[in-house]
Design a binder for this molecule. Structure first.
Ligand SMILES: NC(=O)c1ccc[n+]([C@@H]2O[C@H](COP(=O)([O-])OP(=O)(O)OC[C@H]3O[C@@H](n4cnc5c(N)ncnc54)[C@H](OP(=O)(O)O)[C@@H]3O)[C@@H](O)[C@H]2O)c1
Length: 276
């Protein structure tokens, strides 16, 4: 039903304006040409985005191979040039390198900056321990106050981006961010990729996502044959406060601060019939 509403809205817009003007897709800079870079890049290109890799060695064999795998509208340049050319900048470098990298990309003001890093190290017992008191995303925001920083693409391995079927299908991809418009844009990108975007709250909730990364690591450190993926099941409660339709605005913190009266009679969620 939600999809039908969305399609109908599109038809009305078309009828009213008579023309549909295609907006050019934003350019995505991916800093780092490793496992995550070369998984996300080809997916973005498939969806029609221009991808610019930022590499320490843009003319080297590795960067050239990644550009070749990515195909389409992709190229490699220096990390700084890539970041400057991108509307969206994915920081796909290891956390220990992040402080230097994230402070040397030039101004990131108004750019959507995506932190996917794992700021953890293995403790004495072999399991992850955090390297930070806050979160990597908050640190990146502190270094770049004008950027629209978010933490996302942080709870799945690169092979899940390559082929979700290897883990049984699409996964939930939570987004923690303070910038509502940026969050919606990336949520829509995640939908285009066939995954399930989850509004994981404000940027400071990156700490919770990083705790989930440590959970994700447990099965790997135990060398279990079967690990797990995060795939949240939708449930409808609190009078549909959780919007399932990403064409509608996400619920912002202001609305969340005024929870509806949950003692009242449950109302049917439009389009779901879940509480019928
Ligand atoms: N692999 C996964 O499944 C996965 C999943 C989710 C999140 N992550 C996170 O995503 C980030 C990237 O992971 P990855 O697996 O792609 O790592 P990776 O394979 O080690 O690649 C990282 C890339 O970052 C660049 N880089 C490495 N050291 C650097 C340094 N000292 N200074 C500047 N650039 C450097 C390199 O690109 P150039 O040689 O071209 O400069 C390198 O190929 C990490 O923070 C990781 O925790 C990984």
């Amino acid at each position: 039903m939600a999809i039908r509403r969305f399609l109908l809205a599109g038809v009305f817009t078309f009828v009213l304006t008579g023309v549909s003007v295609a907006q050019p897709k934003p350019t995505i800079a991916i800093i780092g040409t490793g496992d995550m870079g070369d998984s996300l890049g080809p997916k973005f290109v498939e969806l029609g985005y221009a991808v610019i890799y930022g590499s320490r060695d843009p003319d080297g064999e590795k960067a050239r191979a990644v550009v070749e795998i990515t195909g389409g509208n992709s190229r490699a340049t220096t990390q700084r040039e890539a970041a400057q050319a991108g509307d969206i900048v994915v920081l796909a470098v290891p956390w220990p390198a992040m402080e230097t990298v994230a402070q040397n990309l030039g101004s990131l003001d108004n750019k959507i900056v995506i932190d996917i890093s794992f700021p953890h190290e293995q403790g004495e017992d072999g399991y992850y321990v955090p390297m930070l008191e806050t979160s990597s995303a908050e640190m990146i925001q502190q270094w770049n106050p004008g950027a629209r920083v978010m933490k996302t693409f942080a709870l799945q391995a690169s092979y899940v981006i390559d082929d979700p079927d290897v883990v049984g299908g699409p996964v939930s991809i939570p987004i923690a961010a303070d910038d509502r418009e940026a969050k919606e844009k990336i949520a829509k990108l995640i939908v285009e990729m066939g995954h399930d975007p989850i509004d994981a709250g404000p940027l400071r909730y990156s700490r919770e996502l990083e705790a989930m990364q440590r959970l994700y690591g447990v099965a790997f450190f135990q060398r279990r044959e079967a690990a797990w993926e995060f795939h949240f099941r939708r449930s409808y409660y609190w009078e549909c406060i959780w919007q399932d339709d990403w064409s509608a605005p996400v619920v912002d913190a202001g609305d969340l601060a005024q929870m509806p009266d949950t003692q009242g009679e449950a109302r049917e969620c439009p389009g779901t019939g879940a509480l019928e």
